[in-house]
Design a protein. Structure first.
Length: 290
């Protein structure tokens, strides 16, 4: 996530969005176009009037999400306990912009943070309930984990080489022997049940709150059907103590799924050198397995 980004990142700016809207959706051509204050990396998002957003992929690798979300958000939304983005329209390449893009309904809310969440254990319970509800949605015909989900929902082993390289680079800064043990433990388990829906990026930047409580989950670009272990990573990135315990109890996943969740969290923390999260993962591994 980026806050107050300089307009024009990835060659996308408000002027381009205005031209695309005028060309393809003239009914909205008079609406003001402004960048959102907290933007994602995979897409540029613009407020379109008071009730809509325009969302444009920043690279070809993110384009698959446009059709996927347009197809599946209307299916998932009515079955989930909080709001998710509502697909309104799909734009085509034009005005020099090479990718399809999307128009969504605006959702009021503030990005989840230690300052905006008033009851962290209660928030953890809400996230866990959302994950369980998502897993209960019929996965028939859903997009199987793969390149479109950046392999979330598949085995974390896809990122084995990156993980080993990062461990070597961090030797002396973390307990690399223990971290390798955590990683190996993740690789010895697998999801041996029918695939279920996963979000793929349950992170505080994709969680909105109103009055301190969860009100929406956004950005389903990495969603699909497969192994839900990747959706547990927030236990290490955002929760701790009582809130982590509440999340663990409510989400109710087995030990193997938690082992793979630690693997997913460890991989990302290692390659980004987020040593706080590395420490959280290692501590949890010792607490849960030793």
């Amino acid at each position: 996530m980026t806050e107050l980004p300089q307009d024009g990142r990835a060659g996308i700016d408000a002027a381009l969005v205005r031209r695309l809207i005028a060309q393809q959706f003239p009914q909205w051509a008079d609406l003001p176009v402004t960048p959102v204050e907290v933007d994602g990396w995979d897409n540029r998002t613009y407020r379109l009037g008071a009730g809509l957003t325009a969302r444009l992929p920043t690279h070809a690798s993110y384009v698959a999400a446009v059709d996927k979300e347009h197809t599946w958000l209307p299916v998932l939304g009515p079955q989930l306990p909080v709001e998710i983005p509502e697909a309104v329209a799909k734009g085509a390449p034009g005005e020099g912009y090479p990718h399809p893009w999307a128009i969504r309904r605006w959702i009021d809310g503030r990005t989840a943070s230690a300052d905006t969440v008033t009851d962290l254990p209660g928030f953890a319970r809400s996230i866990a309930e959302f994950i369980r509800a998502l897993q209960d949605v019929d996965p028939t015909g859903g997009p199987l984990a793969g390149a479109h989900s950046f392999h979330r929902g598949g085995p974390p082993a896809y990122y084995h080489d990156e993980t080993i390289e990062a461990l070597a680079a961090l030797k002396g800064r973390i307990d690399t022997d223990l971290a390798r043990e955590v990683w190996d433990a993740a690789l010895t388990t697998s999801w041996d049940r029918p695939p279920v829906w996963f979000h793929g990026d349950i992170a505080n930047g994709n969680l909105l709150v109103r009055d301190g409580r969860l009100c929406a989950v956004i950005d389903f670009g990495t969603s699909g059907v497969g192994d839900p272990a990747c959706d547990l990573v927030i236990a290490y990135t955002f929760f701790s103590g009582a809130s982590r315990a509440t999340f663990r109890e409510t989400v109710d996943q087995d030990a193997g799924t938690w082992a793979r969740a630690r693997g997913w969290a460890l991989w990302k923390a290692l390659i980004t050198e987020d040593l706080r999260v590395v420490g959280n993962v290692l501590t949890d591994y010792l607490a849960q397995t030793v």
